[in-house]
Design a protein around this ligand. Structure first.
Ligand code: GLN
Length: 492
């Protein structure tokens, strides 16, 4: 049962081969068994999960169950879950219990999923290695000495270790795709505005995007069906007709299912900066696409090299503003001893936030300050537009863009913590899709000789989620990288 995909588990539930109560009980035991090694969870809700599983079984007995009913999932701890701790990986919110559900949490609840717990993450979703969490680092199931990526490292590790078939994440600069890549699973960042940010604790509001993690593209599509949708409580949520993200997956297209697909290979993605094994695996994936009928086109994204400096101006600026609400008065932590109001703010924030969060607040306050605003913030927004223009030009020549998700496989703990710029460079391939708002997925496309997973990023134009899920699905029908299981999960 442990390596069942969401789709396979759903079929077994529908055929009554298993009950949700059995599935969830087994899931909870597996989470317990791996918690010490992986530290993927911050909260596990055993009683709540078993009660939801019972309800899902009852709904199924009445014939009122959709494909997600009774499926155990986990939410990144940046998403509000009514009545459960929602910590954002921070001391600031270590004792905070969410008063309501995020929109995507509501959607998945309505679909009958069973919430087993909240996953560990980089503090306030700031990080690429899950080393900034107040609750300690998450470990990569493929090699416990290495990072799982960040900031949604707990969700990625939980799916990779087959603790849950699917989980949620949020992606502001790559936090779904990069950990998916480093742990050998699939992670989709949808178009900005397709999934509501209501109840997602804000990091950088114009970039934050909820999305799913799962073993396969098909499972991501099933999750998206419950996560997408208009929500008037988020002013940037898009009012579009409801889509079935699985609609293109089952159509058989013969031996060359990608016939006619134009695969864009951005020159900027295939330079010297990539690990050689990553580069080779990505080239092999491109060859597979060609075998499946696609043709390649070289494209240029000249401004994309600037995406890291642009992002590390815009995202901290937004964070410095969004995190001003953590003042010891309204939410979370408050210093125990202080002299006056200002001293209370100062001590509360000094104690409540970790070093990376403080660095972002400092940078963000600086780029927004009088005298630097035009030189940094406005300039960054202008370059953001140039990057979007590059993509718009590329879409005239190709249907998808393909390249590595991250320049290297999972690195060791501590390797990049002393040099924030090295850490930030991990996001070089993922950030642009956040700056433009377009969708992108990471899927496994190989392993290093040392057995570390390698991720392939597929990007598409706005609202092309169903199309890129279909391309990923075709690739996964022809390859089995996504089916490999880390030893710690297979050993059961
Ligand atoms: N690694 C990036 C950062 O540290 C992206 C984070 C994210 O997507 N939440 O900001």
């Amino acid at each position: 049962m442990s390596d069942g995909t969401l789709a396979a588990l759903s079929r077994r539930l529908a055929a009554r081969e298993i009950s949700s109560v059995e599935l969830v009980a087994e899931t909870l035991d597996r989470i317990d068994a791996h918690q010490k090694a992986l530290n993927a969870f911050v909260t596990v809700d055993r009683d709540g999960a078993l009660a939801q599983a019972k309800a899902a079984d009852a709904a199924r007995a009445k014939g009122a169950a959709g494909p997600l009913a009774g499926i155990p999932i986990a939410h990144k701890d940046v998403l509000m879950t009514a009545g459960l701790p929602t910590t954002c990986g921070s001391r600031m919110l270590a004792d905070f219990v969410a008063p309501y559900d995020a929109h995507v949490v509501e959607g998945l609840k309505r679909a009958g999923t069973v919430l087993v717990g909240k996953t560990n993450m980089d503090e306030f979703a700031m990080g690429s290695s899950n080393e900034t969490s107040y609750f300690g680092p998450v470990r990569n199931p493929w090699d416990l000495d290495r990072v799982p990526g960040g900031s949604s490292g707990g969700s990625a590790a939980a799916v990779a270790a087959r603790l849950v078939p699917a989980a949620t994440g949020t992606d502001t600069g790559g936090s779904i795709r990069q950990p998916a890549s480093l742990t050998g699973i699939c992670g989709l960042k949808p178009t900005y505005g397709v999934a509501s940010r209501y109840g997602l604790i804000a990091f950088a509001s114009s970039l934050d995007t909820p999305g799913p993690f799962a073993q396969t593209a098909e499972d991501c599509a099933l999750m998206m069906n419950a996560m997408a949708g208009h929500d008037p409580r988020d002013s940037t949520s898009l009012d579009r007709p409801v889509e079935d993200y699985t609609r293109r997956l089952s159509r058989s297209k013969g031996a060359r299912p990608l016939e006619g697909l134009r695969v864009g290979l951005p020159r900027e993605y295939f330079g010297k900066g990539n690990d050689t094994e990553v580069a080779a695996a990505v080239q092999a994936a491109v060859a597979e696409f060609v075998d499946l009928g696609a043709r390649t086109v070289e494209v240029g994204l000249p401004a994309v090299d600037l995406s890291v400096p642009v992002y590390y101006g815009i995202a901290p600026a937004a964070a410095s503003s969004n995190l001003s609400r953590f003042d010891g008065v309204r939410y979370g932590h408050r210093a125990a001893r202080y002299d006056d109001l200002n001293d209370m703010y100062r001590k509360t924030r000094a104690e409540g936030f970790g070093a990376e969060v403080k660095r972002r607040i400092l940078v963000g306050t600086y780029v927004l300050s009088h005298g630097y605003y035009d030189a940094y913030y406005v300039k960054a927004q202008q370059v953001r537009r140039l990057i979007a223009d590059d993509y718009a030009r590329a879409w005239r020549e190709c249907d998808i863009l393909v390249g590595p998700t991250a320049p290297s496989p999972a690195f060791r703990f501590g390797d990049k913590t002393d040099d924030p710029v090295q850490m930030y460079l991990n996001d070089i391939y993922t950030i642009a899709a956040n700056l433009t708002g377009a969708p992108a997925i990471s899927i496994p496309c190989g392993f290093t000789r040392a057995g570390l997973p390698i991720g392939l990023q597929i990007q598409g134009d706005y609202f092309s989620e169903a199309a890129i899920l279909d391309v990923a699905h075709r690739y996964q029908q022809a390859t089995d990288w996504h089916a490999r299981v880390p030893r710690i999960a297979a050993a059961e």
